[in-house]
Design a protein. Structure first.
Length: 329
């Protein structure tokens, strides 16, 4: 396994594995025994960066979420896992009541919600301090200052280490970080967005915005990351739910553009050259890119996880990387 640092302050900075394990469906779709086996294998292989959220997975059984955090807490206690593992969680997108959908009626990012949600997450996970806490989605109903100050209070109290942000427009991330810097407060240092080798269209309206999908990595976010190299980027759903290798998983409208066929051809060529799977090439491409990213990958079996873990040791040549980068241009 390889590692990289996230965060800049020596008091909160952490070394994490370059592949993060997504625990979204642990404790619901993925049963406890299988979840424990996957977590054990990840730990054995040197994995140190696990991702969850306080609303995972509310849609499975009509709850408000929390099942994933609870399972991770049981696993930590059962295995005696301590702070050698960095667990990231998120808040702000928890439904207001059980049985509701992922619509506009979610808890949001008020100072009250931030504090109460962080406390619940800490209890479920069985930790005194949350290693990394994300603002899960935007909340235009609450001022950015209230959100920034609400997160900063938890850091000052030692209840939270690093702060992160997911599914926000890049301009709102920058505005929040500028507010924090101007006030001498900790700001977002880790970003989590959808990103993969195939580029997703950014012009399609989404559930939360007629202007597009705030969670998709577009050129504005990439240029922001290039200008701010101290920011860490975690790429969720990098394997497109199996679409790179499974014919029964169509890509959908988001990838219906002229660049997709050319990039798929390049991906298959490089996979054949390396002897790796297309999934492994995608992950290696993300890890070793000019803007290095930490792919966040789920697993429903140990075998699936093993395929993912092998990508950490795959080194693409400059020629292979150039072939991938220029395809579809």
């Amino acid at each position: 396994m390889k590692y990289r640092a996230i965060g800049t302050d020596p008091r909160t900075r952490r070394e994490v594995s370059v592949i993060s394990l997504g625990a979204m469906l642990f404790g619901t779709v993925t049963d406890e025994a299988t979840s424990f086996a996957i977590l054990d294998r990840y730990l054995e292989a040197g994995g140190t960066f696990i991702d969850t959220s306080d609303n995972y997975a509310f849609w499975v059984n009509g709850t408000q979420g929390g099942e994933s955090e609870e399972l991770l807490g049981r696993w930590r206690r059962d295995r005696g896992v301590g702070d050698e593992i960095v667990i990231a969680t998120k808040l702000g997108a928890r439904p207001l009541a059980p049985g509701t959908t992922f619509g506009p009626d979610v808890e949001g990012l008020s100072a009250k919600v931030i504090r109460e949600s962080a406390e619940r997450s800490g209890e479920r996970l069985g930790v005194d301090r949350l290693d990394l806490l994300y603002a899960h989605i935007e909340d235009p109903r609450v001022s950015l200052r209230e959100t920034v100050e609400g997160f900063a209070e938890l850091v000052a109290e030692g209840a939270v280490g690093l702060l992160g942000v997911s599914n926000h427009w890049a301009w709102r991330v920058e505005r929040a970080r500028a507010l924090a810097a101007a006030s001498g407060l900790p700001g977002y240092e880790v970003l989590q967005y959808h990103h993969s080798y195939l580029r997703h269209r950014t012009d399609l309206p989404s559930l939360r915005s007629p202007d597009g999908n705030q969670g998709v990595t577009g050129p504005d976010l990439l240029s922001y990351l290039r200008a701010e190299p101290d920011l860490a980027m975690v790429a969720y759903s990098p394997l497109l739910k199996g679409a790179y290798v499974r014919d029964d998983r169509p890509l959908g409208a988001g990838h219906d553009h002229a660049g997709t066929p050319a990039r798929l051809t390049a991906l298959r060529e490089v996979a054949k050259q390396t002897g790796a799977t297309p999934n492994q090439v995608v992950l290696a491409w993300l890890i070793g890119g000019e803007i290095p990213m930490i792919p966040l990958v789920g697993a429903s079996s140990v075998a699936q996880l093993d395929e993912t873990l092998a990508a950490a040791d795959l080194e693409l040549t400059p020629e292979q990387r150039s072939r991938l980068d220029t395809a579809g241009h």
